[in-house]
Every structure is written in C-alpha cells, then in structure tokens.
Design a protein around this ligand. Structure first.
Ligand code: RP5
Length: 166
C-alpha cells in the first residue's frame, strides 16, 4: 500500500456502510486513504481545519460523502483547490435526491465532481480518483486498463449460459 493520496470524509458514521465500497475499492487499487467523519453542520470549524492541513500531508484528492442537506462536498471545495469528488448518500425521506441536488448544484467556480447516489457512486468515486491519479502514474493506469478488461469479460461471460435462462 502506498502513502495516503486520497482523503475520504463522511458527514456521519451512519454513512460508513456505503463508504466501505469506496475504501475497499481504493485498497484494491493499492491507493492508501485517510478516512474521517466530519460534518459541515455539526463540526463546521473542524472541517475547515482538517481540509487546510491536507496538502501538507500529500493528499491529492478529497472524496466527500453526505446525505440530506449535503453541503459537505461544496464547503470542502470552497476551502481547497484539490479536486473534490462528491458522493450523495441515500436518505429515507427523499431517497437521496436531496443529497444529489445539494452536492451537484454548485455555483460556477467551485465544482464538485458528483457521483451517482449511494453504493454505485461510492465505488465510482474511488475508481474516478484512481483514474485521476493514473494520469501521472503508469502503474495505476495499467491497473485501470486491467480492471476494464475484467469488467468486459464479466459481461461477455454472461452470454455463455444465456440460452438455458430464456
Ligand atoms: C449527513 O446527515 C450525514 O452525511 C448523514 O448522511 C446524514 C444523517 O446523519 P446522522 O443523523 O445519521 O448522523 O450529515
């Protein structure tokens, strides 16, 4: 495992079951991450303090996950020039549409690269982070190419026994 290049921040530990997909995917690519629970609304000063310290630690990318009035990604993006990837967490009341809109609808100048709601978004956030790091890292680029190859094989293999299912 290399040094921590990615910071994974979630608004609450109740987000952890979804974020496990992010952490595990980064681990599978051999990318180390620092994981934090920090809330824009419940710990606003601590979010800013932590974010200000990330460049010194060698962090290159921030992944921010939050649900409901999900301001975490946007607030983080306003306090750093590191790229921020947002994961909208599914909610009971609005199924995560609230989280999606709060994360994605950023004003011009302060973007948050917003993924899909929930588990798919959580895994894609990690893959997207690896793809960004792969621009300058040939080993990671090879791993992404091999990952894509496996995806292809897994889809095509479904054709083998298709006749017995229809
Ligand atoms: C957000 O509020 C968190 O990201 C979480 O998705 C949601 C609910 O938090 P808890 O009330 O479960 O702590 O800030």
């Amino acid at each position: 495992m290399r040094k921590n290049l990615v910071s994974v921040i979630m608004g609450s530990d109740s987000d952890l079951p979804v974020l496990k997909g992010t952490i595990e995917t980064l681990k599978n690519f051999g990318v180390g991450c620092e994981v934090k629970v920090l809330s824009t609304h419940r710990t606003p000063d601590d979010v800013i303090k932590y974010i200000k310290g990330t460049p010194k630690k060698g962090i290159k990318l921030i992944i921010a996950a939050a649900g409901g009035a999900a301001h975490l990604g946007g607030v983080i993006a306003s306090h750093t020039i590191l790229p921020v990837i947002g994961i909208p967490i599914e909610t009971e009341s609005l199924e995560g549409l609230d989280s999606l809109l709060s994360t994605v609808q950023m004003p011009v100048g302060i973007p948050v690269a917003t993924m899909a709601i929930g588990k798919a978004g959580a895994k894609n956030a990690a893959i997207f982070a690896v793809q960004i790091l792969a621009i300058e890292d040939k080993t990671l680029a090879k791993k992404i190419v091999s990952f894509r190859g496996k995806l292809r094989e897994s889809v095509l293999s479904k054709n083998k026994n298709l006749k017995t299912k229809i």
